[in-house]
Design a protein around this ligand. Structure first.
Ligand SMILES: [Cu+2]
Length: 124
């Protein structure tokens, strides 16, 4: 992709997108978990804090480029709604303003373990 690219991702279902900053690799994530993908202490179904309204751990926050929409519930600062829910089909547009190699993961730990990750390469 070219610099200043806007990637429009269509998300269907219960997924929780986290995009890491340029240069952060899948192995770095495994290293954070001591050789396995980390588990969020409050909910083992997730890698990191699943509620974007809550801050990510200080160890992780500097590594994150984009924090996705919470798939469980309604938009931020609104009451949780079951229908429509954020887990329904949605778009999450993300602009990549600088060239680099960005790791995209699903924060649902089982999905990540099953290989739900990719790299976005942004060139000049
Ligand atoms: Cu997922």
């Amino acid at each position: 992709m070219n610099k200043r690219t806007l990637a429009l991702s269509a998300v269907a279902g219960f997924h929780d997108i986290i995009i890491c900053k340029d240069g952060f690799k899948l192995q770095d994530l495994l290293d954070l978990g001591g050789g396995v993908y980390p588990t969020f202490p409050g909910n083992a179904a997730f890698v990191f804090e699943p509620n974007p309204a809550n801050p990510l751990p200080a160890q992780v926050a500097p590594l994150v480029y984009y924090r996705g929409i919470n798939p469980a519930g309604g938009p931020l600062v609104t009451a949780v709604a079951g229908n429509p829910a954020n887990g329904s089909n949605r778009n999450e547009p993300v602009a990549f303003l600088e060239p680099g190699r960005y790791l995209v993961i699903c924060n649902v730990r089982g999905h990540l373990v099953d290989g739900m990750y990719a790299y976005v390469h942004v060139s000049n």
